[in-house]
Design a protein around this ligand. Structure first.
Ligand code: KIV
Ligand code: ZN
Length: 517
């Protein structure tokens, strides 16, 4: 590997999926992994195989079906974890095991209840054990940035000796600032015996909003792998956002010595970001760097004037660089099937005949109500119609009445996977509440509603409404759901049924009993 290449290690499917409510089905993970491979990511952390049957299966499927990137599985420094990761990764032409153990005094004393010497021994044994499955071994001293440097030097030298080829330096709690992170990397390069044989990797969390800056400080000081997630998804405030890392390296090559590059095709960034947002139900904030709706929007007169005179006055990157087409294409009822299919292809959606048919029928139904259909509408239609999570419950009918002086009432008809039809009617505080109560009765599922938002996908009074909900199961796990419609009550009901389907599918794919319908 040439020294100026920064490897992009995507952990959307592992650390990203640890975001509360971001649980993805196995097939959704595979879909994202294929897109990550298409965009040129070097390593995909597909899951934490020992943690659940679904994580094992997702890792195994990625290992079996992807041939470009290295497929990686996470394992604690224990035999059970490493065996599970080794088995899940076995079909991969290029595979990596990522093993970790905490090294900070606070974690060793209070969480692991182990002395540093025991931790060091476990780390070395774990790395040696990984060697039975692959020669590509990554080691992470968890909470590295709150660990004592001399202990880090010692444990990292020992794992290199045992066979580790990548040393990842996690700022697990997002504690350090860019200068400090850069210094840690620099000191490791100076003081760890054998460090020249391994790649140093960054893994920064965003608790203080420093994840991207810290990762780049690591790169500036010699790190040659960055661990990151699409849209910065991840535990708590998330991980470093891949789109920010890649575009910062590309835009500011001068800062990194003019020769640091990544293998990522930046034109796939926008599409990947949209896909992850739609599948996880995590809406992207409008002012999010690189991929937010306003990232390339210019409002102030002075800025617009400057841009028209010379684009570079106010734009350091172009929308085209991240795959946003400069021209906005608008479709309508008369665009025809061919026009619709063509636009889907241009937007990067690869659909089967059956999926095209479902999406096109929905497109026609929406085009009857809404004259202009934008790219965002098409993306919403596809994510709504081309569902990859199994539909245990299908909302067939919804009627809601509400108004001044009326008790809001909802009636629903739900068809279950085994063909049963259930109707229910209920009253509520408002139309959405009434519909949700009726859905709870008809599905016989009673999750707690944690969060509910509604927004317009595009502007104007005919815009598609997109509802996003987050529910909590009785076991305490959260699930996101999403629904779109020109009718916001219908969008809300669809989002709720979607979240319930995800909850039921999760129970079944993790070895729980088949959900009784
Ligand atoms: O943040 C962290 O420390 C991790 C490790 C498992 C690498 O995600
Ligand atoms: Zn992490």
């Amino acid at each position: 590997m040439s020294n100026d290449k920064v490897l992009i290690f995507d952990t959307t499917l592992r650390d990203g999926e640890q975001s509360p409510g971001a649980s993805l089905s196995v097939s959704e993970k595979l879909e994202i992994a294929k897109q990550l491979a298409k965009m040129g990511v070097d390593i995909i952390e597909a899951g934490f195989p020992v943690s659940s049957p679904a994580q094992f299966e997702a890792t195994r499927l990625c290992a079996e079906q992807l041939s470009g990137p290295v497929i990686c599985g996470l394992a604690r420094a224990s035999q059970k974890d490493i065996v599970s990761a080794g088995q899940a990764l076995a079909p991969a032409p290029r595979r990596r095991i990522h093993t970790f153990i905490a090294t900070s005094p606070i974690h060793m004393e209070h969480k692991l209840r182990k002395k540093p010497a025991e931790v060091l021994k476990m780390a070395v044994e774990a790395v040696k054990m990984c060697g039975q499955y692959t020669q590509d071994i990554e080691f992470s001293p968890e909470d590295a940035c709150r660990s004592e440097l001399p202990f880090l030097y010692e444990i990292l030298a020992a794992v290199i000796e045992a066979g580790a080829t990548t040393l990842n330096i996690p700022d697990t709690v997002g504690y350090v600032l860019p200068y400090e992170y850069g210094q840690i990397v620099a000191k490791l390069r100076e003081n760890v015996k054998g460090i020249e044989k391994a790649v140093i990797s960054t893994h920064c969390h965003n608790d203080l909003g420093m994840a991207t800056a810290n990762s780049l400080a690591g790169v500036r000081n010699g790190a040659r792998q960055v661990e990151c997630t699409i849209n910065g998804l991840g535990e708590r405030a998330g991980n470093a956002a891949m789109e920010e890392i890649v575009m910062a390296i590309q835009t500011r090559q001068d800062f990194f010595g003019g020769m640091v590059t990544t293998n990522v095709n930046t034109k796939e960034i926008y599409r990947t970001s949209q896909m992850v947002s739609q599948l996880t139900g995590f809406v992207i904030q409008p002012n999010k760097a690189i991929v937010g709706a306003n990232a390339f929007a210019h409002e102030s007169g002075i800025h617009v004037d400057g841009i028209l005179k010379k684009r570079e006055t106010y734009e350091i990157m172009t929308p085209e660089m991240i795959g946003l087409s400069g021209s906005r294409m608008v479709l309508g009822r008369h665009s025809g099937r061919h026009g619709f299919v063509d636009r889907c292809k241009q937007l990067g959606f690869e659909l089967s005949e059956k999926e095209i048919q479902a999406a096109y029928e929905r497109f026609l139904a929406i085009a009857d109500k809404k004259k202009e259909i934008f790219d965002e509408d098409i993306a919403a239609i596809i994510s709504d119609e081309v569902r990859t999570v199994e539909q245990l419950y299908v909302l067939e009918y919804l009627n809601v009445t509400s108004g001044t002086g009326t008790v809001p009432t909802g009636t629903v008809r739900i068809r279950t996977r085994d063909g049963k039809v259930r109707q229910a009617a209920a009253c509520g505080d408002g139309p959405v509440d009434a519909a949700y109560e009726a859905i709870r009765q008809a599905t016989r599922q009673a999750p707690t509603l944690e969060n509910y938002t509604i927004r317009a996908v595009t502007s104007g009074k005919e815009a598609l409404g997109e509802a996003n909900v987050r529910i909590k199961s009785k076991e305490g796990k959260t699930f996101a759901g999403r629904g779109t419609s020109t009718d916001i009550i219908e969008a809300s009901a669809k989002a709720y049924v979607d979240a319930i389907n995800r909850m039921a599918a999760y129970v079944e794919s993790n070895g729980g009993e088949k959900v009784s319908l």
